[in-house]
Design a protein around this ligand. Structure first.
Ligand SMILES: [Zn+2]
Length: 276
C-alpha cells in the first residue's frame, strides 16, 4: 500500500510537471490551450508552491530532488503536521523572531522526577514538553543515566539581560555565535532544554551520548548540530534540544536528514508563501 501510494505520488507529480510545461509551451505558441473542463486547479498550485517553498527555504539540491521525486508521500506527511500545535513547528531564528509579548500560557514547573533540574531556582517548560522530558528521562534512568536540565523556558526579558551579559563578556561578534538576541531564542517557546554542563563536553558524557542516540524517539530534536553554523547561525550546541513532537521529528528525519533548521524553514515558507 505504501509503495503503491509512493508510486502514485511520483506519477502524479510527473503528470503535474508535464501539465505545467504544457501551459508554458502554449503561452509561447500561437493558440492558447484551454485547460480540460472540470480539472481542479488546486494540485497544480500545490506543485508550484512546493517548488517555491523548496527554493525560498534554500533546501539543498539532493534533498529537494528526493522530495520532488516522492512528492506524494512528502505532501501527505506535511499535511499530517497541519493539525498539531503550530508552535511545535514555529521557525525561531535570527531572521524570524517571536513577538516581545509572546509567553506560553501552559508553563509548568520542573520538579525533580526522573530528571534533575539544576542551576536556576525555578525552571519551567510547556506542559507537553515537560511530559515528553519526563518520558525521555524515565527511559534514560532505566539505562542508568540521569538527565540534568540546566536551562529551560526563558522569557523575552530574561534574554535581554542574557545577550547583554554575553556581549559584554565576549564582544558582539562572538556573542552572536553563542547567544540569541531577545525574541530570537528558541527558549522563549518553552519547548527547549539545555542539558548538563551547557558546553560541548556534554557530547562525550554518558548522558550526552544517550540523548544523542535516543532523543528523537521522544520528539526532541538537536537544534544546532556540529558543522552547521553557516545554516543555523549558531556554533555547535550538543546540549540544546527542542521538543517538536514525535510526528515532526520523524518528518525532519525522513525528509531533511535530521536537520531541524531545513525542515522548519521549509514549513515556514510553505505556510507563509511570498506574494506574487
Ligand atoms: Zn539553549
Amino acid at each position: 500500500m505504501g509503495r503503491f501510494r509512493g508510486f502514485f505520488g511520483v506519477f502524479f507529480f510527473l503528470f503535474l510537471m508535464f501539465a505545467c510545461a504544457g501551459e508554458e509551451g502554449a503561452a509561447q505558441g500561437a493558440a492558447p490551450k484551454t485547460p480540460p473542463a472540470g480539472k481542479p486547479p488546486e494540485p497544480v498550485r500545490g506543485a508550484a508552491a512546493l517548488e517555491a517553498a523548496l527554493a525560498a527555504a534554500a533546501v539543498p539540491a539532493e534533498m529537494a530532488r528526493r522530495i520532488r521525486e516522492e512528492a506524494g508521500p512528502f505532501l501527505a506527511a506535511l499535511g499530517g503536521l497541519k493539525d498539531g500545535d503550530p508552535f511545535l513547528r514555529r521557525l525561531v531564528d535570527k531572521g524570524h523572531p517571536l513577538p516581545e509579548t509572546y509567553e506560553p500560557d501552559d508553563l509548568v514547573e520542573l520538579r525533580y522526577k526522573s530528571y534533575r533540574a539544576g542551576f536556576a531556582d525555578v525552571m519551567t517548560l510547556r506542559r507537553e514538553a515537560e511530559a515528553a522530558l519526563e518520558e525521555m528521562a524515565a527511559a534514560a534512568k532505566k539505562a542508568g543515566i540521569i538527565l540534568t536540565v540546566s536551562s529551560a523556558y526563558r522569557s523575552y526579558r530574561y534574554q535581554v539581560g542574557s545577550f547583554d551579559r554575553w556581549t559584554r563578556r565576549l564582544g558582539l561578534a562572538e556573542a552572536e555565535r553563542v547567544s540569541a538576541r531577545p525574541g530570537r531564542s528558541q527558549h522563549q517557546l518553552g519547548l527547549v532544554v539545555d542539558f548538563g554542563s551547557i558546553s560541548n563536553d556534554f557530547a562525550n558524557t554518558p548522558a550526552g551520548k544517550w540523548v544523542q542516540a535516543n532523543a528523537g524517539r521522544f520528539g526532541w530534536s538537536l537544534s544546532y548540530p556540529r558543522g552547521r553554523e553557516g545554516l543555523t547561525g549558531y556554533a555547535w550546541e550538543s546540549w540544546h534540544y527542542r521538543y517538536v513532537g514525535t510526528k515532526l521529528q520523524a518528518f525532519i528525519d525522513t525528509w531533511f536528514g535530521g536537520i531541524q533548521q531545513y525542515a522548519l524553514r521549509f514549513i515556514h515558507e510553505w505556510e507563509n508563501p511570498a506574494g506574487p
